[in-house]
Design a protein around this ligand. Sequence first.
Ligand code: NAP
Ligand code: HSE
Length: 439
Amino acid sequence: MADALKVGIAGLGTVGASLVRIIQNRANELATTCGRAIEITAVTARDKSRDRGIDLSSITWFDTPEKLAAEADIDVFVELIGSSEGAAANSVRAALARGLHVVTANKALLAAHGVELAKVAEEKGALLNFEAAVAGGIPVIKALRESLTGNTVSRVYGIMNGTCNYILTRMEKEGLSFADCLKEAQRLGYAEADPAFDIGGNDTAHKLAILTTLAFGTQIAADEIYLEGITNISIEDIHAASDLGYRIKLLGVAQKTDSGIEQRVHPTMVPYNTVIAQVDGVTNAVAIESDILGELLMVGPGAGGNATASSVLGDIADIAKSQPGAQRVPVLGTPALALAPYKRAQMQSHEGGYFIRLTVADRAGVFASVATHMAENAISLESIVQRPKPDAEDTSKTIILVTHATAEHSVRKAVDAIKGETYLVGEPQVIRIERPKAF
Ligand code: NAP
Ligand code: HSE
């Protein structure tokens, strides 16, 4: 049997501790499958004294990730710390500079510095694997980077944040508050160290930026994403969506259009009878539409220690099985030096259906005025309904509109005009509608 693959792990939190446990418990099976043992020889985290429920007694402890990456006797550096800067970025750069293979689950790091890191890895002939960075346990990176080679992708979209999907599902199904659902997602190890990244949509944006590059062969452009999180979604929106035959999901969507590539992250209404609408809890789903294959939909666990560690382990096993000096798959699907510039399609030109919820004073002519503003902006309506507020004390009314496919700029103009009307109470709610093709 070949020499053991020596692995150093930086970060022993939710994902890191699960990974150590799995590698230790499955040592024999891994050695058989990979043709060589996988041995953890070095680890680091912030607090050496913390009980993590794992046996680190025979593993060398390093005081910092940077020191481990620069000095440890290892073949692979595994970064499970998080954040785009600081110890995570410094240690990954140090490991690649030495020509070590790197495995990371850190989407924030890749969204910010992925092209730079890919260039170094490719120069050094090292592997930089990151399956766990997008959609947890779903092998979407491998699918885009390897399996779909030769396909022209037209749209990639999906539920890519387990925390948000968990919150939206439990709010809808159990009537729990947003804050309670978020606390539970944190307790279960789904949320980022700063959960504002989850609920603000930034985590989905980081993942989407990576998928866009893999799908379209363009530079990573995480700063060019239209971004809305789920913090403004109320239980009233969730119920209204359900009454109209939709569910609300936080989607990331990257799509080729005539004017460039659209990248957007926002709460989205999806028709109730589609597979993606039925994806609940921490489960993620990623759909890829391409010309040769058609539509591919992958559904699976999107966050949590074991799901994420499963993808990290797959990446380590690929390295164990790889031949030294062999031709490498480009880190981002296309060689880093050959990535095309990213051309952003303007959000104003986005075409799709819209859900608009207005709270209005109960006065004669309001319904007609709202319909007139829509007509003046050439917006064709699929439905328009008026409802009393559930609270009998509240004399205002809710008007809910669903539009046929229309341009974003028309909807914004119509909503701006309604904002100038004295009958409007509070902020209008606007949620885009996305229609899956095949499932
Ligand atoms: P976590 O539970 O917060 O663990 C982070 C680990 O990094 C901890 O062990 C912490 O040490 C260590 N650490 C933090 N700053 C450090 C520093 N400056 N020097 C040394 N060690 C440091 O995070 P996680 O949930 O495992 O996530 C790790 C990575 O995986 C992140 O990039 C995350 O985005 C990604 N990811 C997570 C999930 C998930 O479901 N959790 C899924 C996919 C991807 P201490 O333990 O001593 O504090
Ligand atoms: N915080 C992330 C989520 C972890 O909730 O999906 C997985 O990337």
